[in-house]
Design a protein around this ligand. Structure first.
Ligand code: 5BU
Length: 278
């Protein structure tokens, strides 16, 4: 029997995308855990509990207290043991020369440990070229970029023009861009009731992955402008992976919560993919 996303796996050019498609099928999970927990002990405690349920661990390295090389060593050991990819949500947004330095230098040396990073599209393609040039020069085998043609924050300035530019550049830089951040339920500025997320799915290369933050089962937002939808809403509109932060790490029992999101995400994905085949 064909496993989920087999066709997309065959088409994928980037090694990280291939690994991710394999992990999704093997772990029967489309969960990206956004572990925005600055205390190292709590961070690793939660990660140890939920690592088998997730396919990607997303972090913001610059929020960690007492960052040092041991943090990365410990992270890489857990990656090896539990099989997940590491995603630094850096949102690079500068000229190519600067993002190249931010990706490779400084105390974090992100390129050495992050399989995936995020980049804005507003600076233009030079931003992507800077990251790609760093990747080519370091000769690290598999590295990937996810770009942001949408965001989940309330009243953001992303529009249909940014969406189309993101889709175009993802085509052009498909050796390093493996997909997009998507946000459900934002409608395109056209008479048809089509969301930007549906459009993103329809117009982008089939092998592109769409990762959607702003996911919670029980609440619709926070008091700082975040907006939430359910896994089902996001996936039915074209999201492939659901990014869950506080819904898991702030739960009384993060493992139980991760299991609930995993089931909700997986069921919605299987339903969508099965309906497509019929
Ligand atoms: P939450 O706790 O599930 O709300 O965390 C969401 C995470 O996803 C957090 O790390 C954000 O920085 C990240 N995020 C987002 O929420 N919305 C976006 O549009 C993008 C990233 Br891009």
């Amino acid at each position: 029997m064909k496993s989920i996303f087999d066709d997309r796996l065959q088409k994928a050019q980037n090694g990280v995308a291939k690994s991710l498609y394999r992990l999704i099928a093997e772990k029967k999970s489309n969960i990206v855990l956004s572990l925005d927990v600055p205390q190292k002990a709590r961070f690793f405690d939660i990660l140890n509990h939920v690592a088998d349920e997730i396919v990607v661990l997303k972090i913001h390295i610059d929020i960690m207290h007492d960052f040092n090389d041991d943090f990365i060593k410990e992270l890489l050991l857990l990656k090896e043991k539990h099989h997940f990819l590491i995603f630094e949500d850096r949102k690079f947004a500068d000229i190519g020369n600067t993002v190249k330095a931010q990706y490779t230098e400084g105390i974090f040396k992100i390129i050495e440990w992050a399989d995936i990073v995020t980049a804005h599209i507003f600076p233009g393609p030079g931003c992507i070229e800077g990251l790609r040039s760093a990747w080519q020069e370091t000769q690290i085998k598999d590295r990937a970029v996810v770009i942001l043609p949408q965001m989940t924050s309330r009243d953001n300035l992303f529009d249909d023009i940014a969406l189309s530019a993101g889709i175009k550049w993802a085509h052009e830089y498909c050796d390093i861009i493996i997909g997009f951040i998507g946000s459900a339920s934002v409608y395109k500025d056209t008479p048809e009731r089509e969301t930007q997320l549906m459009y993103l799915r329809k117009e982008s290369l089939p092998e592109m992955l769409i990762l959607t933050p702003g996911i919670q089962l029980d609440v619709s937002g926070d008091n700082l402008g975040q907006t939430y939808v359910t896994p089902e809403t996001s996936i039915s509109q074209g999201g492939d992976l659901i990014i869950v932060g506080r819904g898991i790490y702030n739960a009384e029992n993060p493992l139980k919560s991760a299991e609930v999101y995993k089931k909700a995400g997986w069921d919605a994905l299987v339903k969508r993919e099965t309906e497509k085949e019929d």
